[in-house]
Design a protein around this ligand. Structure first.
Ligand code: GAP
Length: 467
């Protein structure tokens, strides 16, 4: 897909998400607030289904992973120990003319230079070479007047606990930049309360905050986002098998929820984050972003985290294996994915335009388990004789699923609306219903219609929705 196609697709999806109440840019009535998004009714339902799908596969269907919901705020020392206060930076450059701000490594990437996690000296040398060749230009206004790269911390500060005092550096309470920090701090309480034997994992979903230099590409990269992370604690001799096992599990998760294998790719990191000993990404081919991009990270973190937190807190976080009588600091394999980034992949994969009767039909062909609304009940007339039984059907079904009731506009327009939000089934209540006690059920993807007795509807949908 060329840039124009991906741009058009991006515009179509962003517009659909707004028009149909999935995703809104934050603070629009105040002119917007960059890098932050709000989720409307359908967006909230979709996010919940995505999070439930992840939790089901990572904890519910496994005996060896437990859950956690740790706070966003943590002791300031925790982020010193993790290396984030000193090392969680990106290289930033500014255009002196139009005042735009860019990530220097992203700019170099456009020239085929891999500057990912390279030191600042390397980045500035490469920028100087481009400048000397008169190739360096602001991506926004093309001016050559751009600064050299400087380090920009991604950590978001708060004034928690000292609302009136000036913040001294050691007292700064940060908003967490990743959720796994809370898992390391609750590792000991989890062991002491639930007594799991190694290997085991702790998983959690929660908000994270990063002062991203450039937050764009819709909800792909934002300053406030949710992460779904799992940390798997184990003996170092098991790392190879465990790393491989999680590779398979996470890859298969996407296949199970309808992402075709040819839209997925493994990317092995050559340059590693300060905590990692090996790292791979599952990339998804975001057609709306023009190609493969990181969706989920799977990292071998060694004993870095528990060792650092032991050292900085003074609390022993080693593990004693009763069977082997060995004491050691557990190693960690982590899986980490952004809720919005995964959801965007599901939207991108589901977004379909088809020509039906010379008109374009837009459909979100989600896996039915992810669809925000499972069934729409549509009486053919607003009159009580049809709306009465239709509301009764809605009441029965809504005890099981999220079901919508809609009696506005023509039936064709109502079908289109449900297609655009990805509702797998529409139930039409018509005048025949009054005599045969049955309704017409329309399938979103095939548009085929079948007659189903009202008494069988709950069973019919339970089977077909696989819920
Ligand atoms: N605990 C490891 C960690 O946080 P990461 O590669 O920085 O590693 C993991 O982030 C995942 O979190 C990414 O693969 C992505 O899905 C998501 N993510 C990271 N930064 C994000 C941002 N600014 N906006 C949305 N999602 C983000």
């Amino acid at each position: 897909m060329n840039t124009n196609d991906s741009q058009a697709r991006m515009e179509a999806i962003v517009s659909l998400c707004k028009r149909r109440g999935f995703i809104f840019a934050s603070s629009e009535i105040y002119g917007g607030f960059s890098g932050v998004y709000d989720y409307g009714h359908y967006g909230t339902l979709l996010l919940n289904n995505v999070k439930n799908a992840w939790q089901k596969s990572i904890a519910q269907e496994r005996m060896d992973v437990v859950l956690l919901d740790s706070a966003i705020f943590m002791h300031p020392m925790a982020w010193k120990a993790s290396g984030h206060v000193d090392g969680f930076n990106d290289p930033q450059i500014d255009c002196k003319k139009c005042k735009s701000r860019f990530r220097a490594d992203h700019l170099l990437e456009g020239f085929g230079i891999n500057a990912d996690k390279q030191p600042l000296e390397f980045i500035n040398q490469e920028l100087d070479k481009l400048r000397a060749d008169k190739k360096l230009a602001c991506p926004n206004c093309s001016s050559a007047d751009v600064t050299e790269a400087k380090v920009f911390s991604l950590m978001v500060k708060s004034n928690l606990g000292s609302p009136t005092d000036a913040l001294s550096e050691e007292n700064v309470v940060y908003l967490r930049p990743e959720t796994c920090g809370g898992i390391y701090l609750e590792y000991k309480n989890t062991i002491d309360s639930l007594h799991p034997k190694l290997p085991f994992g702790i998983a959690q979903i929660g908000k994270a905050f990063r002062n991203e230099i450039v937050a764009k590409q819709f909800v792909f990269r934002t300053r406030e986002f949710e992460q779904m992370e799992m940390q798997y604690f184990h003996h170092p001799s098991q790392t190879g098998d465990i790393f491989e096992g999680w590779h398979k599990d996470r890859w298969n998760f996407y296949l199970d929820y309808g992402i075709p294998e040819n839209k997925l790719n493994w990317f092995k990191h050559e340059k590693l984050a300060h905590y990692a000993s090996d790292a791979y990404d599952i990339e998804y081919n975001y057609a709306m972003l023009g190609g493969f991009k990181e969706m989920e990270g799977i990292h071998a973190r060694g004993d870095f985290d528990l060792t650092q937190h032991s050292k900085f807190s003074g609390t022993d976080l080693s593990y004693f294996d009763e069977a082997t009588k060995e004491r050691f600091v557990p190693h960690i394999v982590e899986t980490s994915v952004g809720v919005a980034r995964m959801t965007l992949a599901f939207i991108d994969n589901a977004y379909t335009e088809e020509i039906v009767n010379d008109e374009t039909r837009v459909v979100l062909k989600f896996d039915k388990r992810l669809s925000p609304v499972k069934v729409a009940v549509l009486p053919l007339s607003k009159k009580e004789e049809l709306s009465g039984p239709a509301k009764e059907i809605w009441k029965t079904l809504s005890k099981k699923f999220f079901v919508e009731y809609d009696d506005t506009q023509s039936i064709g327009k109502r079908y289109r609306r449900q297609d655009e939000i990805g509702t797998p089934y529409c139930v039409t209540v018509d005048f025949d219903t009054l005599t045969d006690n049955a309704v017409t059920v329309r399938d979103r993807d095939t548009m085929e219609q079948v007659r189903v007795p009202i008494a069988d509807l709950v069973k019919y949908f339970s089977e077909n929705l696989a819920i």
